[in-house]
Design a protein around this ligand. Sequence first.
Ligand code: SF4
Ligand code: SF4
Ligand code: SF4
Length: 257
Amino acid sequence: MTDVPKTAVRPKVAFFDFACCEGCQLQVANLGESLLDILGAIDVVEFREVMSEKWDKDYDVAIIEGSITDSHAEERIKKIRARSKVLIAYGACAAIGGVNGMKNSFQLDEIRGYVYGKDYKFFDSTKTRPVHQVVKVDYFVNGCPVYPPELLEVLKCALRGLPYTVPDNPVCSECKLNENVCMYERGVACMGPWTKAGCNSWCVNNGNICYGCRGEVRNPAKNAAQDVIGRFNLNPETVRGKFDMYNKCKEGDNGNK
Ligand code: SF4
Ligand code: SF4
Ligand code: SF4
């Protein structure tokens, strides 16, 4: 059992999704018994998958998945923020822009024309922004998808009014503790040295590289990183390109306090 407080008046919690693949919602379902325990302590009042949005409601906690990619989304997230005591951005799309940020590598009209054809001006589209670049965010759950134990931890903090700090040490620190053979020793470039930990080096534990989905550490060990690039004869542009897959919305504070 978790230690989520059960009170007579249960907090009203709402889930909303914006531009995303909804994979992080699946991770909510994957919480299993822990989810059932949390559900016993909250009142889910909005969940697009099962009910229509009702704008006459206020929320104790709004849980946001996805990026803000058009003016309608901007208007909608502002309304949600105005009605929410606490707002959680969960998943890379919401927390750092994620894969949707790749759109920002192109001129907006160019990418709109590519997607919508000659009538693209009828289709609204703006630069991709993570949620905190539009409204205040109280909690972040990084990752694509979110790592279920961290999601659970953040939900518990939000429901108990406690702070949560996104880890700001590199994935390598967790990877070493998990005694993985480093991907670089296998001749494969891995983004772990530059990426925020907190996923327990999830991908590397399962034979993959780290793709940088949790965003960049604030103070990367630049000398160590250059040493890795030099020692393994990597092209820095290739490394940068891999990192861009999730991290093209960097301007301004990345918000993961
Ligand atoms: S963070 Fe990844 S898994 Fe989650 S909604 Fe975005 S693309 Fe999907
Ligand atoms: S570079 Fe990748 S594989 Fe090597 S220690 Fe860091 S996270 Fe692990
Ligand atoms: S190992 Fe890297 S890509 Fe995989 S979940 Fe962790 S931060 Fe994301």
